[in-house]
Ligand binder design. Sequence first.
Ligand SMILES: [Zn+2]
Length: 103
Amino acid sequence: MHDYVKPVFFVLMVVLLVPAISGGVMAANRGRMVAAWSILCALLPPLLLLLYFARPLREVEGKYKRCPGCSELLKWHDQVCKYCYAAQVATESTTTLPHRHTS
Ligand SMILES: [Zn+2]
C-alpha cells in the first residue's frame, strides 16, 4: 500500500495554495514582490490581512496611480486626491500607454 496517496497531502496542498495564490494576487495589485508574498502567505495566512491593508509601494496600472500634486498613491479611478484635493486627470486602464516607465 505504498502507492496510496493520503488525502491529507491533497488537503494540505489546497490549504497552502489558496493563501499563496490570493497573497500573490494582492501583492501584484500593490506593486509588491509576488513570489515572496505568496510563500509568506502560504506559511502564515494571517499575513493576508496585513497585505490587504498594506499601502501600495508604487503605481500599478489599473489599480493605483500617483497624485501629481502631492505624490501620494491614490486608487486608479479616484477623481480627486484625498490628500491634497487636487483634481485627477481621468485615466483609462483599457488604453495602452505608448511608453510606460518601469520603476
Ligand atoms: Zn494629492
